[in-house]
Write a protein that binds this ligand. Structure first.
Ligand SMILES: Cc1cc2nc3c(=O)[nH]c(=O)nc-3n(C[C@H](O)[C@H](O)[C@H](O)COP(=O)(O)OP(=O)(O)OC[C@H]3O[C@@H](n4cnc5c(N)ncnc54)[C@H](O)[C@@H]3O)c2cc1C
Length: 392
């Protein structure tokens, strides 16, 4: 039974596949967020910098290694994909994407190293990252474009026992301070069959990093990374030469689950703020929520959020049963992003000028909501992929 308080928790409909174990996990992550993140989030938002100690604290609280092998310091017997979904939901409960962006970057950078790297690299890099002592970023996008990965230009040429890397990556989350940069490079012919993955040390000679200032995340951690004759040892090739694209696509599918969960969680933050405000605010002699047009707006937001959760829960069920519902994940991510944009717009509108004064979660979410239409595949690219999967 729900109590219809319509707060952040109540706005997520009960999921048929969410168990008591999942709830315990949620409480663990929430405790961490309340103790280690909530007191500092406004400062970090302004400085764009999250202290190194937070990564170690997350590892110590045993929430950082979600989905990674126990022998490397991961959670090991992880529950299922809900573990990451719940992590994403809880990290977005404060209405800020910056901490999640930092604390989940290893979800995309580390798996190829663990799955396809040498035993030594797997151990060395896996253990250091999962202990929160080293950071890893994933660099694919270039200044000339990110959607069409098949045309990436950064090259790696083999010379003796080294790769020599030249080129530039941009918009790399966590790239400014990453110790390791998993980088998609061209090692062969044009097209997707000429791409490989190299694990590059952030401190290598010839690596130059600058911050990408801008609209989103207010994070000083998003970087442009230039590579000028950077020497990379031969054994830093991750996977088979010229077959790096396969590793990339696998990553994107899993990343979409957390993108969807994040967008829906932020939508719930918008809704709960709008509900709270419209219950407290009086205009024209009655509560804002007593005006029919406001009630309709709120119901429209709730129905789309709840409906999309059912779609997500269904995709999770399929994924947990060995299916990768690629087309549905693409469509679902587009849907979740559109809902977030709508909820952010409506919540900002309902709360009037108050959202623009002081530190406002709604103003921040409104700004950040556009990111979801790009990361993990843009709307156009996802629609194309879905249509191919559906065999139009
Ligand atoms: C906050 C943030 C964090 C990011 N983090 C990372 C990261 O960690 N690592 C990383 O590698 N990248 C990262 N990115 C980059 C992101 O993956 C790219 O922005 C995205 O892939 C799109 O590439 P682009 O920006 O170069 O746009 P482009 O590829 O130039 O496309 C521009 C627009 O044209 C549209 N378009 C492209 N092709 C077509 C077509 N055939 N038909 C119709 N429309 C089309 C696109 O959908 C887009 O709307 C991040 C981006 C942001 C904003």
């Amino acid at each position: 039974m729900t109590d219809n308080t319509l707060d952040f928790d109540d706005l997520r409909p009960p999921g048929a596949y969410i168990t008591a174990e999942h709830d315990k996990w949620r409480q663990r992550v929430r405790k961490f967020v309340n103790e280690h993140i909530a007191p500092h989030i406004d400062t970090w938002e302004q400085s764009g910098n999250i202290p190194d100690a937070v990564f170690v604290a997350a590892a110590d609280a045993n929430i950082y290694g979600s989905g990674f092998p126990a022998e490397l310091g991961g959670n090991g017997g992880n529950l299922d994909i809900y573990e990451r979904i719940i992590f994403a939901e809880e990290l977005h409960r404060l209405g800020s994407g910056i901490v999640f962006a930092e604390l989940a970057t290893h979800w995309i950078g580390l798996p190829p190293v663990i799955d396809l790297g040498s035993d030594t690299l797997r151990e060395q890099v896996g253990q250091a990252v999962l202990a929160g002592k080293k950071r890893i970023a994933f660099a694919v996008t270039e200044p000339s474009g990110g959607s069409d990965v098949s045309r990436l230009k950064t090259t790696a040429r083999k010379t003796d026992e080294l790769w020599k890397v030249n080129g530039c990556k941009t918009l790399v989350s966590g790239g400014l301070r990453a110790d390791y940069i998993l980088t998609a490079v061209r090692t062969g012919d044009e097209g997707i069959r000429g791409i490989s993955l190299l694990l590059i040390d952030g401190k290598s000679a010839g690596v130059r990093r600058t911050v990408v200032d801008g609209l989103s995340w207010y994070s000083g951690a998003i970087a442009t990374i230039e590579f000028d004759d950077v020497e990379v040892p031969e054994d830093r090739l991750i996977g088979v030469e010229n077959s790096g694209f396969t590793g990339l696509t696998k990553q994107f599918n899993v990343e979409r689950f957390s993108g969807i969960a994040s967008a829906l969680a932020l939508s719930r933050v918008c809704l709960s703020e709008a509900l709270k405000f419209s219950r407290e605010r009086t205009t024209f002699g009655q509560r804002l929520i007593d005006h029919q047009v406001i009630r309709h707006k709120l119901v429209d937001m709730i129905r789309t959020v709840r409906g999309t959760y059912s779609y997500l829960d269904h995709c999770v069920w399929r994924f947990n049963n060995g299916d990768m519902p690629v087309a549905d994940l693409c469509m679902l991510k587009i849907q979740a992003t559109e809902i977030l944009e709508k909820c952010a717009r409506e919540a900002l509108h309902i709360t009037g000028g108050s959202a623009y004064t002081g530190v406002s979660r709604l103003e921040r979410i409104f700004r950040e909501s556009r990111i979801f239409a790009l990361g993990g595949g843009t709307e156009e690219i996802l629609k194309d992929l879905a249509s191919r999967q559906l065999r139009f």
